[in-house]
Design a protein around this ligand. Structure first.
Ligand SMILES: Nc1ncnc2c1ncn2[C@@H]1O[C@H](COP(=O)(O)OP(=O)(O)OP(=O)(O)O)[C@@H](O)[C@H]1O
Ligand SMILES: [Mg+2]
Length: 368
């Protein structure tokens, strides 16, 4: 088991810097997810931790040991890739045992660890098959089996589920979560799927353009995104974003979206007239009958496009010329063009500075 620490890590390819000084502490047993759009540097960071990529600047420590110049095989980590990287000519058993045999582990130990890993991953019946005779999900489990037989001090996953179909991806996600609950091995898991990030992570690191935007628990990122980028990235469907002005009149504060669309707000520590972006998650817009509520304001809206998901209906609604997505209960709305009264739960409104995109906290919210 091990902590992993990145200290001001920089990576350049040729003259181009792609990781711009990333610092991060990952605790022993922690499941850390790196998430962010394509090209933001997730794989590069992971590969530097693994030792598959040199680092241009800064330090990487695994279990308090400086590993900057240490070869991958001495770092005591195991990596699982998207493409499994199994040896096609070897059986599952041979694939899984390969790392241990290379390290000259005694045959009895190899047998014991292999049986245990195969049992955890429910692949015992597949041990004598070759990778070509397995489904995608089974191959992915073998790749994980190969990682866990070694009992490394950390697992590194790079988009391990992205080649699987949607249902299998959900099954494997549960498997990985169960595996982590059982082994508690420190893990870094790279994905660009924010649902995977939310469901697996103890903490999430949101990356953009080679730097960290925010680090926190899934709940913290969801409830208090530090900026517009994180707010738009975390949550599905995405948070509604509406431009407005923050206006104070006497002891009343409002977000003025249009003259006829004003949302009462608690006081914020910004100047009267500041241009802001108001963020409202789809689940915080509901038809009025459902939430008679102290902090609620009701506005007449019209449904435009309905997306029934079974448990909810995503409804794109128009409200005085502004389009917002609302997560509605099935049966509340039945067609586009229907009138609904939408309730804004102002206790759940997020406010961002329109210029820099940073989150603005309501006065007193910091202490809460
Ligand atoms: N060998 C390389 N030479 C030059 N540039 C590279 C190299 N590898 C990666 N890059 C650049 O570094 C940046 C980060 O790439 P990286 O592969 O880490 O992104 P990523 O977040 O894993 O993206 P994806 O989600 O698409 O896998 C990108 O701009 C990429 O073009
Ligand atoms: Mg990648």
């Amino acid at each position: 088991m091990a902590t992993i620490e990145l200290r001001d890590v920089i990576k350049s390819y040729g003259g181009a810097e792609v990781i711009h000084g990333v610092s991060l502490d990952i605790a022993d047993h922690e499941f850390m997810v790196f998430v962010g759009p394509s090209g933001c540097g997730k794989s590069t960071l992971l590969r530097m931790v693994a030792g598959l990529e040199t680092i241009t600047g800064g330090d990487i420590l695994i279990g308090d040991r400086l590993v900057n110049a240490l070869e991958p095989r001495y770092r005591d980590i195991a990596m699982v890739f998207q493409d499994y990287a199994l040896y096609p000519h070897m059986t599952v058993r041979e694939n899984m045992a390969f790392g241990l045999r290379m390290r000259k582990a005694p045959a009895s130990e190899v047998e014991e660890k292999l049986a245990e890993a195969a049992d955890i991953l429910q692949i015992t019946p597949l041990l004598d098959r070759k990778p070509g005779q397995l489904s995608g999900g089974q191959r992915q489990r073998v790749a994980m089996g190969r990682a866990i037989v070694r009992r490394p001090s950390a697992f590194l996953f790079d988009e391990p589920l992205s080649n699987l179909d949607a249902k299998l991806r959900v099954d494997m996600r549960t498997q990985i979560k169960r595996l982590h609950a059982l082994l508690k091995t420190t893990t870094i898991y790279v994905t660009h799927d924010q649902v995977e990030a939310m469901t697996l992570a103890d903490r999430i690191t949101v990356l953009r353009n080679g730097h960290i935007e925010q680090v926190g628990t899934p709940f913290a990122l969801y409830e208090r995104p530090a900026n517009l980028f994180v707010a738009e990235f975390i949550g599905s469907p995405a948070m509604n974003m509406v431009k407005a002005y923050y206006v104070v009149e006497g002891d009343r504060a409002e977000a003025v979206i249009r003259d006829d669309l004003r949302i009462a707000l608690p006081p914020y520590g910004v100047q009267n007239g500041t241009e802001v972006v108001l963020g409202i998650r789809p689940e915080h817009l509901e038809p009025s009958q459902f939430r008679p509520h102290g902090n609620a304001m009701t506005f007449p809206a019209t449904t435009k496009i309905l997306e029934p998901l079974g448990s909810d209906v995503m409804a794109l609604c128009e409200l005085s010329g502004v389009e917002l997505t609302a997560r509605l209960t099935p049966g509340r709305v039945s067609r586009s063009g229907e009138s609904v009264d939408l309730v804004f739960d102002t206790a759940h409104v997020h406010l961002f500075d329109a210029e820099g995109g940073q989150r603005i906290e309501a006065l007193g919210a910091e202490a809460a």
